[in-house]
Design a protein. Structure first.
Length: 259
């Protein structure tokens, strides 16, 4: 039985639904970053180009976004990452910390150390917040067929740009001497540093709503930027219809770029 507000419930999608679009859609869009990192001009241009196309094709496109508590959203997302990744790495507990610290990435190491300390009481409270978030998003999609945002705030960063600063790395090496609260503060700083590049995807990660990233724009240097299109659970076919429409009209930039 399909339950729209249930995260893990999904209806069967019949093949005949994955056809070309046959009617105008009502689409919301936003370029407002949910992180402190501002959305780049290229990511904004990518959205504007698609908004212009969608309007020309007869769709109703309105600048709007779900009303969500950004602080609570990221707190829950980070905590989920710590718990789930930490649990997945639990089988390595017989290895020495020295070996694991070198073998794991920084965020995985943080999760391995901090995840087991997060109580079921705290986590269950956030699951309740997740239910509220799912319901809020479902109500938003009562007014819109689709929600359009950049996929990332800019082109893919260089590896040196997304690496943790040395000050944070130093804190990671001293986790054992910190209180639980201090460790959590370090984790938040580390996640903030990494996920500032992708502040548009966490909402769908937590609600379970379907989303698709389509490569529709290139910078003057030939670097790609995608747009993310999401919808209510059960409307996966709608995302495939839009992707098919973009492909048929030559909007997808899928050639290989030499760097």
């Amino acid at each position: 039985v399909y339950i729209p507000y249930a995260m893990c419930s999904l209806p069967t999608i019949k093949e005949e639904k994955i056809q070309s679009l046959t009617k105008p859609l009502k689409i919301a869009y936003s370029v407002q970053s949910l992180s402190d990192e501002p959305t780049s001009s290229d990511a904004i241009k990518a959205i504007k180009s698609i908004v212009s196309y969608l309007k020309a094709m007869g769709h109703e496109v309105i600048e709007d976004a779900p009303a969500i508590d950004i602080v609570k959203l990221f707190h829950f997302y980070y905590t989920t990452c710590l718990v789930e990744t930490g649990r997945n790495l639990a089988n390595f507990k017989d290895q020495s910390d020295r070996v694991l610290c070198k073998a794991l990435g920084d965020l995985a190491w943080l999760s391995y150390k901090i995840g087991p300390q997060i109580s079921a009481y705290e986590y269950s409270g956030m699951l309740k917040d997740q239910d509220i978030l799912i319901e809020q998003n479902a109500k938003f999609y009562q007014n819109y067929d689709l929600f359009l945002t950049p996929t990332t705030i800019s082109v893919a960063p260089k590896q040196t740009e997304c690496a943790l600063p040395q000050t944070l790395k130093n804190l990671l090496s001293n986790l054992q001497s910190m209180s639980i609260r201090e460790q959590r503060d370090v984790a938040i700083q580390a996640f903030d540093n990494t996920y500032r590049w992708t502040p548009f995807t966490q909402l769908m990660n937590l609600t379970g709503d379907p989303a698709i990233s389509l490569p529709v724009y290139e910078t003057i240097n030939g670097l790609p930027i995608g747009v993310q299109i999401s919808s209510l659970k059960g409307n996966e076919y709608r995302l495939l219809q839009v992707a098919k429409d973009f492909e048929e009209h030559g909007l997808l930039k899928t050639h290989i770029v030499s760097l």
